[in-house]
Design a protein around this ligand. Structure first.
Ligand code: AMP
Length: 346
């Protein structure tokens, strides 16, 4: 029987393990040595496994330790980026909370697009060839971590010039040039919609909204246009520094629930058992107030760290301060009590 909630020491580990403790679980953190002093500060972390690099979690000694402690592993963004989807699927013979197979769909642009289309989300137009560029586009280099190496272009000529500039700065390799994903740039307000789907109650809960604060793109607006022109062109970066909260106009909420429900249904058809637990749909309200989504995350997102005390939306659903971390632990506890752990793990 599951007794311990475990995760990697990064991303949203504090929130996850605090929530686990509040729900009565033991907690276990897999941490790199240089982060240990940070995590030692928090009394709700019962045990730590030290690793040199996170991918060492798949080693037989670490797996044995996770099994001995009856752990369930909660995946987050660092598990995907540092351990990788192949190892998550094949080399983690322990219970993983949620649908580990959907993480591959999140990591692959074509599969991602397929799932989002199946959910009938409005997607930005994507371009197969730079010669087709007919409006402002964002070009995403494959493997451009944190959006470094993304650039904007308004036509084919400016696209080629910017690509050449990245090449001469050594910021792009030839192999990456073939895999540039060109997408219509949506002008509007970016929002990140956080949801939780419970396979036990079969209900969708809307948990909260965040906005990412990204450097240096979010700082460019403080520089007057004349100075930007003097500086010459430089590709903005989209490295997330933090998140800030947002509440939506109440009239938009009904659509937000419908978007989430369509996504859950599409995931159940394409990636059984579908979404289990937290997920996020990332998009932009455009100039007409239409929601256009460019991304999803099939697991907890770090933007939920804002709401350790609950969000304006969880306050409407729960009488306790319900964080996403605590909601996950609550689902694990309910699954154990109902003898249905197979519904929440893969
Ligand atoms: P991504 O790596 O796809 O999450 O994108 C990183 C950041 O680029 C996002 O958080 C947005 O700020 C921005 N972005 C990505 N796609 C678009 C788009 N189609 N239109 C406008 N901004 C975008």
């Amino acid at each position: 029987m599951i007794k311990t909630i475990a995760t990697l020491g990064s991303h949203c580990a504090l929130q996850l393990l605090k929530g686990a403790k509040d729900e009565g679980f033991s907690t276990l953190l897999v941490t790199k040595q240089d982060r240990q002093s940070l995590y030692n500060r928090f009394k709700f972390i019962d045990n730590m496994i030290q690793v040199k690099k996170f991918s060492d979690i798949v080693s037989p000694t670490r797996i044995r330790r996770l099994k001995q402690t009856d752990s369930i592993l909660i995946p987050h963004g660092t598990l995907i980026s540092e351990v990788g989807v192949d190892a998550i699927e094949e080399s983690l013979p322990i219970p993983v909370f949620g649908n580990r197979y959907i993480l591959r769909w999140e990591a692959d642009r074509l599969q991602k697009e397929k799932l989002m289309k199946a959910a009938r989300l409005n997607l930005p137009k994507s371009y197969n060839d730079p010669s087709e560029i007919d409006r402002l586009v964002i070009a995403k280099l494959s493997g451009a971590a944190g959006g470094r190496g993304y650039f904007l272009a308004t036509n084919t000529k400016s696209y080629e010039e910017k690509l050449a500039a990245l090449r001469s700065d050594g910021l792009i390799r030839n192999s990456e040039e073939e895999n540039v994903y060109i997408q219509e740039y949506i002008k509007g307000v970016p929002v990140y919609l956080q949801y939780f789907f419970s396979p036990l109650s079969r209900e969708l809960e809307f948990f909260g909204i965040d906005r990412r604060y990204e450097t240096n793109v979010d700082g460019l607006g403080r520089i007057p246009a004349s100075a930007q022109i003097e500086m010459g062109t430089s590709a903005p970066s989209y490295i997330v520094v933090g998140n800030s909260p947002l509440v939506l106009r109440e009239s938009l909420l009904d659509e937000v629930y419908k978007i989430g429900e369509r996504f859950v249904r599409a995931s159940q058809v394409l990636v059984p058992p579908g979404i289990v637990g937290p997920f996020c749909i990332e998009g932009i309200y455009d100039g007409d107030g239409k929601f256009v989504s460019f991304e999803f995350s099939g697991r907890i997102v770090a933007g939920t760290n804002l709401f350790i005390e609950g969000s304006p939306y969880t306050a409407l659903l729960y009488d306790t301060k319900m964080s996403m971390g605590r909601r996950i632990a609550l689902e694990v506890r309910r699954a154990i009590e109902a003898n249905q752990v197979e519904l929440i793990t893969t």
